[in-house]
Design a protein around this ligand. Sequence first.
Ligand SMILES: C[S@@+](CC[C@H](N)C(=O)[O-])C[C@H]1O[C@@H](n2cnc3c(N)ncnc32)[C@H](O)[C@@H]1O
Length: 206
Amino acid sequence: VSRGSGLWRRVFGTARPVEIEIGPGRGDVLLAFARARPDTNFFAVEHAAGAAEAIAAAAARHRLGNVRVVAGDARCIVERLVPPASVTAIHVYFPDPWPKTRHRHRRLFDGPDFARAIARALAPGGAVHVASDLPDLFRAMWNRFTAAGLTPRGTAPPPRPVSKFERKYARAGAHAASFIKLATARRRDRVSPGPAPRARRTPRSR
Ligand SMILES: C[S@@+](CC[C@H](N)C(=O)[O-])C[C@H]1O[C@@H](n2cnc3c(N)ncnc32)[C@H](O)[C@@H]1O
């Protein structure tokens, strides 16, 4: 978390580890995490400006100095503004599925770019935590992350409060709760030091 820590220090005014939540919705998870872990800074990107403003207001009301929320498209912000290897975790819980074909361009994991941007933003050892009630969407995310070089960690995401969205999805059908998939993928640490440098030739003495 060395490169890019200057930017986060300017954003938060402190040099704590940074975690990002993509699409926090009402902010249930974000605010609970921020309250429980004051030694970590939480940066959220929410597409709906009204929702982003409401979360920021709630964070201010609860005096959570470790929360920042921006309104915007997470694909653009993570790809272009988040420095490489600068965050320790990224949370993606119940991203919008955008089922209509004409909204396809809004799907976060329709192509490989967003998963690659997430992998790039993570510091070595950092994790992306995902959850979805939709098996197809979940599989798509999983495939994108592994293709982007993240490996499944085999453990569930950290415990978090059940958000209103999550409750709604769990109620949506008789077996809805069993459709909720949880996974954590972790960026591979670089182990290969690369080829040893070739010895420089010394000029022959005459
Ligand atoms: C179904 S809600 C889930 C909210 C929350 N993660 C939860 O589990 O309760 C999906 C959220 O993602 C946001 N979202 C969708 N596309 C986004 C994007 N490209 N960038 C940022 N947020 C996005 C939506 O505005 C919405 O608030």
